[in-house]
Design a protein around this ligand. Structure first.
Ligand code: PEP
Ligand code: MG
Length: 904
């Protein structure tokens, strides 16, 4: 065999090199060549090099896939002689010959892409059979039953995959035949029955196609290779690539491999095994197998597979024997092969194997997909076993998936009737009774109901109701809309922009297609996928395991950037600390006025028509603000806290409806009519681009003064209690120029001097600015001279760079990603153009102010890809909603450990 494979290496080295052989302890490629050979081909080559029992074969490189599509779905002429030559070599190693009537070589033709796409593309097994070679196979195996069973399997699979005949027709013919003959099980059929079935299957092909089943083996082979390349573009594969960000131009490789037969009788079997339990991570072989079967029998689910090990058999109480009990030698070989593969690839492996008459063959190995819980356990165990380093353990976890551990998830085994879909705005799953009014939600919650609040969109008036609800649905708005940001901050599951669903607020119904749900009907939402589901779906609760805490500890050891939280309330602050935040990077003070009793004075302040009126309202707000800040400072116990001065798009706070207007009018001592006129006078065409942020503070500096006073007085009070110095960071929103910041800063400094004097203390504080407008990025050199720190507000920076309203984008952005105009929702993953503006701001800011502290506090601050970018441009910290802090800690560590390299 060794000699034959050496010959393989000598096969005329064609240019280009499209065909790579493997088998008998040798291979032309290796595991590093995934791009060219696909995962399957590359791992088969590597397994062969490792001396594992791999049936010989050849892999046609993914370059041919590109050539196939370039030439209008034609296989290149030059490929045929290369494959034929390689197939001769494969046949010699296997001890058979393709097309030999006495000793035919049968092959499988399988796909293999660079990234694993399980079950998405096509496979043909048992290729190489026709009316003549089937007799040869019968003679070779001295088993006619096996030979004809294999032939009918081939006709069915080839008919389905290559000739496009519905496999149901074959299955139906088999079932009809069995009932005609009075058989129940396939195993009751003898050779003459299978031969008869072969004839029936062939006539199905002839009926459907108007031509006989191809007897020419070369034609069969080329047909199958072309079909597998063709399956790269089937609907399933395309959808899978979209979902997993796999580029269309990668293409698939095709592996043609000598068949081994798990269906050669009672000493043969086929199965799959994971080297560890992919669900729990336990270090035990986990898998199943079927006696006298081929791979598709395991996948089809028609027969129930048996447990692999004795231990698993005892746990499940299965009466049938395990592979360990039934074929102890093959099992021992499999166990050894698993150990060898795991040690070699240093990762859990998912393996396909076949036992042919007692002898083990390895058909495939790949990195095993695992639950998040298992991923953590495996990474920590493997580091403990010395198989991988602590750094590799940190790098091996998918940070984006870590989120799964922090929120309840839907039970994957329960049935679901999905009635609509929106954007997955805040992860986690929740079921509850539908309610359409925020106040009613508060009321019903108090009576003990669990609720899902459904709104067209939300505003600050809804915040109490959002808090009372277990989950939130909106039909408008994008990933940074009010509902999305608030829900994420609260850790409530939320689906926004569900445009396929209609909400009728008058009738209090939610409808989609034929389904209409009314108030009180139970609905489930999955904020991690955006699904809206009719009825209740059981959920699984999260638990922060010791594995989670260990891995987080390791991540913290390796990250450079700090991770802060966007937290507006004491509850948020506590949650942030529990999730390991290093401080608060953004306290949106306007969110502090969502609480009961505060919205009215807030509105009084906004609606006051003179300075005195505003000062009177501010005087009511001052003690509330101070109390909030004292609580925050105390909870954070000396960790940094960045408080942003008021930045409401005014429209979010204006009262709507008679009742709300009446309430504010009464508080202000004016008539409702007068207040209505004032509301109308303040309404803006583009509130997001209107009188907000520093512009509001420039017009009404008394707001900045009140807030600065509340912050300073709170810092002194909390500092006394904590017996430490509390050094607040005050942040000015939405500036475009140094002069805006200077104006506000002057007021803040003035208040600081006054408070110092009043209380006889020295204050330590810093004043910085949000950088969230393109003009601020360009002017960062100048602005940086006046700022102690910058914090990128990438929500507004994205909105203004694109000229795209963050509240409306959700309605049409989906089309942009679908049509490939943009790769990702720019409100979730940082757009490169926005990134370039940030880079400019960092460069210019640090040039004029070398030790300028810089962070990010837009929603992107919790996105792993964005965090990698933040590491690359050397930000000092990222800040994100509390529930994303663990994700950010891990992503920051990964970025520091392997800049510019994606984790596996
Ligand atoms: C931002 O714009 O990114 C930001 C953090 O501020 P807000 O979302 O409050 O506008
Ligand atoms: Mg902003």
């Amino acid at each position: 065999m060794e000699r034959v494979m050496k010959q393989a290496a000598k096969v005329k080295d064609p240019s280009p090199h499209w065909v790579f052989t493997f088998g008998a302890g040798r291979a032309e490629g290796d595991a590093a060549q995934r791009d060219l050979l696909g995962g399957k081909g590359a791992y088969l080559a590597e397994m062969s090099r490792l001396g594992l029992p791999v049936p010989p074969g050849l892999t046609i490189s993914s370059e041919v896939c590109a050539a196939y599509y370039r030439s209008g779905k034609k296989l290149p002429e030059a490929l045929m002689p290369m494959v034929s030559e390689a197939l001769n070599v494969v046949g010699k190693v296997a001890g058979a010959r393709f097309g030999d009537v006495d000793n035919p070589l049968l092959v499988s033709v399988r796909s293999g892409s660079r990234a694993s796409m399980p079950g998405m593309m096509d496979t043909v097994l048992n290729l190489g059979l026709n009316d003549e070679t089937v007799e040869g196979l019968a003679r070779r195996s001295s088993d006619r039953r096996f030979a004809y069973d294999t032939y009918r399997r081939f006709i069915q699979m080839y008919g389905d995959v290559v000739l496009g005949i519905d496999h149901y027709l074959f299955e139906e013919a088999l079932e009809n035949y069995k009932s005609l003959k009075g058989f129940e099980l396939d195993s009751e059929l003898g050779p003459e029955h299978w031969a008869e079935l072969v004839a029936r299957f062939k006539s199905i092909v002839e009926q459907e196609l108007g031509q006989p089943f191809p007897q020419d083996l070369q034609r069969q082979l080329w047909g199958a290779i072309a079909a597998v390349f063709g399956s790269w573009h089937n609907a399933r594969a395309i959808a899978y690539r979209r979902l997993h960000d796999i580029p269309d131009d990668w293409g698939t490789a095709v592996t043609v491999q000598a068949m081994v037969f798990g269906n050669m009788g009672g000493r043969s079997a086929t199965g799959v095994v994971f080297t560890r339990n992919p669900s729990t991570g336990a270090n035990e072989l986990y898998g199943e197998f079927l006696v006298n079967a081929q791979g598709e029998d395991v996948v089809s689910g028609l027969r129930t597979p048996q447990p692999l090990t004795e231990a698993a058999r005892k746990v499940t109480g299965d009466r049938r024997p395990s592979l360990e009990g039934l074929m102890p030698e093959a099992f021992a070989d499999l166990k050894a092969a698993c150990a060898k593969l795991e040690a070699h690839f240093r990762d859990i492996q998912d393996i396909e194997f076949t036992v042919e008459e007692g002898r083990l063959w390895m058909l495939q190995s790949r990195s095993g997909k695992r639950s998040m819980q298992a991923a953590l356990k495996i990474a920590i165990d493997m580091a403990g076993e010395g198989l991988i380093t602590e750094q590799e353990a940190v790098l091996g976890i998918d940070a984006a998936q870590l989120d799964q551990l922090l929120h309840p998830t839907l039970d994957p085994d329960s049935p679901k009737l999905v009635i609509g879909k929106g954007l997955p705005a805040s992860p986690g799953a929740a079921s509850g009774k539908l309610v359409f009014d925020a106040d009613e939600a508060v009321h019903l919650k108090a009576q003990g109901h669990t609720l899902i609040l459904a709104r067209v969109e939300t505003s600050p008036e809804d915040v109490q109701g959002m808090h009372a609800a277990a989950g939130i649905i909106t039909t408008r708005g994008g990933m940074t809309s009010h509902a999305a940001v608030v829900a994420r901050g609260m850790g409530r599951p939320c689906v926004v922009g569900a445009a396929s669903v209609q909400i009728d607020l008058e009738r209090e119904t939610l409808s989609s297609g034929n389904e209409t749900l009314a108030k009180g009907d139970v609905v489930t939402i999955d904020g991690s996928t955006g699904q809206i589901i009719k009825g209740r779906v059981p959920t699984r609760e999260p638990a922060l395991s010791s594995d989670f805490l260990t891995l987080m500890g390791w991540a913290d050891r390796h990250r450079r950037m700090k991770v802060r939280a966007n937290a507006d309330t004491p509850a948020d602050a506590r949650q942030s600390l529990a999730f390991g935040a290093d401080g608060i990077g953004l306290c949106r003070t306007e969110h502090m006025f969502f609480e009961e009793g505060r919205i009215v004075p807030m509105r009084e302040m906004i609606l006051a028509d003179d300075t005195d009126g505003r000062r009177a309202a501010l005087a009511k707000l001052l003690p509330m603000q101070r109390k909030d800040f004292v609580a925050l400072f105390e909870i954070m116990a000396g960790s940094p806290v960045t408080i942003r001065l008021l930045d409401p798009p005014l429209h979010e706070f204006l009262p709507h409806g008679e009742a709300a207007i009446g309430e504010v009018a009464a508080a202000m001592g004016v008539s409702p009519q007068r207040l209505k006129r004032r509301v109308a006078g303040l309404s803006e065409f583009n509130p997001m681009l209107g009188h907000r942020g520093s512009r509001l503070l420039v017009s009404f500096p008394e707001i900045a003064e009140m807030q600065a006073r509340a912050i300073f007085e709170a810092a002194i009070e909390a500092g006394r209690k904590l017996k430490t110095s509390v050094e607040p960071e005050i942040m000015v929103p939405l500036v475009t120029a140094k002069a805006e910041l200077d104006l506000v800063k002057e007021r803040i400094d003035g208040v600081a001097r006054a408070v110092e004097k009043e209380q006889g203390v020295k204050l330590t504080y810093s004043v910085g600015t949000m950088v969230e407008l393109p003009r601020a990025c360009i002017n960062a050199g100048e602005i940086g001279k006046s700022a102690d720190f910058f914090s990128f507000g990438t929500n507004d920076l994205t909105q203004t760079t694109f000229g795209l309203s963050r509240d409306d984008a959700g309605r049409f952005l989906g089309e942009y990603t679908e049509k490939g105009i943009i790769q990702h929702d720019p409100f979730v993953t940082l757009d490169p153009a926005v990134g370039e503006l940030m880079w400019i701001a960092v460069e210019r800011g640090r040039r004029s102010h070398p030790d300028l502290k810089i962070g990010i506090c837009g929603e992107h601050g919790g996105d792993p890809e964005t965090i990698r970018f933040c590491e690359d441009i050397r930000l000092d910290y990222v800040s994100c909603s509390p529930y994303r802090v663990p994700v950010a800690r891990l992503a920051a560590a990964q970025a520091a450990l392997s800049p510019m390299v994606k984790p596996r």
